[in-house]
Design a protein around this ligand. Structure first.
Ligand SMILES: [Cu+2]
Length: 100
């Protein structure tokens, strides 16, 4: 019951935000988890938690977070398919979103 009340309070506080279907943490120069699956229309949130080290999450022609230090970036995927993305600053950082 207490948990339900807490969840309602959280949802109320974020009423203007899209629901987040998956979270990817950016730390130690990598994306975790590397691979995620979301429904069509789902939103992914990337959390930049690498001590202020800048990263830029980028998928060609789909989205680009811009260079960020400690912030979050969200993107909503409206098209089914697989979207591979990388960090523009560290090209060996990569991840994939399976949509649908
Ligand atoms: Cu990076």
């Amino acid at each position: 019951m207490l948990a339900a009340v807490g969840l309602l309070a959280f949802a109320g506080g974020c009423a203007s935000q899209a629901r987040v279907d998956a979270v990817v943490r950016i730390s130690e120069v990598s994306f975790a988890p590397h691979e995620i699956r979301i429904p069509v229309g789902g939103t992914v949130e990337w959390r930049f938690e690498d001590g202020g080290l800048p990263h830029e999450v980028h998928a060609d022609g789909v989205f680009d977070s811009g260079v960020l230090g400690e912030r979050t970036f969200r993107f909503t995927f409206d098209t089914p398919g697989d979207v591979e993305y990388r960090c523009s600053i560290h090209p060996y950082m990569s991840g994939i979103v399976h949509v649908g």
